[in-house]
Write a protein that binds this ligand. Structure first.
Ligand code: FE2
Ligand code: FE2
Length: 185
């Protein structure tokens, strides 16, 4: 499998969780409750899986490999991707603070929870779209088969050290559970 395909598959997991929190945010906006653990666990998923693991693979391995192949770091698509990762971190921080307050019973946290969640959903969907359709296409054009397989191995190491064995499966199971809840809304 190509290294870029690993990242595309991870995008599918992230998009599934984005759809769940988007539905939760809309429900909260209508004044209806959502399970507090859903939002706090989603924040944990976005921090660990989406940021530490997935963005870690992009920032630590893929982007430097592309820069080495002559794609500029500043000004071009890589610079845009890096800036968007930072914007995403700010939304997740806001979401995390609001989700903790909501879980503690503070309904005053709902507007901040809704706005940070929907802001993150919009940002990350557009971001993933650009990576899948622009940056990864460029990557597949410039990286040799051996560079793709070196990246694949580097991704495996990040996987083991940053989130550890079994965590991927745990997240998939969690997404499945929350999809069932969201399907009832
Ligand atoms: Fe990214
Ligand atoms: Fe990505």
């Amino acid at each position: 499998m190509k290294a870029t395909q690993v990242l595309r598959d991870e995008h599918d997991g992230i998009l599934a969780m984005l759809a769940i929190v988007e539905a939760a945010a809309r429900r909260l906006r209508e004044g209806k409750p959502v399970p507090p653990d859903l939002m706090t666990n989603a924040v944990g998923f976005f921090r660990n899986f989406a940021d530490r693991c997935h963005h870690g693979k992009e920032e630590g391995e893929l982007f430097p490999a592309l820069v080495a192949r002559g794609i500029p770091k500043e000004g071009g698509p890589i610079g845009v991707m890096l800036a968007e990762h930072d914007e995403g971190r700010a939304f997740v921080r806001g979401m995390g603070e609001a989700a903790a307050r909501y879980a503690a019973g503070e309904t005053a946290a709902v507007p901040a929870l809704v706005s940070n969640t929907l802001g993150y959903v919009n940002l990350l969907r557009a971001h993933i779209d650009k990576e899948n359709n622009v940056l990864f296409e460029m990557a597949d054009g410039v990286l040799s088969d051996s560079e793709q397989s070196q990246l694949f191995d580097a991704f495996e190491r990040i996987e083991q050290t940053r989130i550890g064995p079994g965590e991927h499966e745990r997240y998939h199971a969690m997404i499945g559970e929350y999809q069932k809840i969201a399907a009832e809304w």
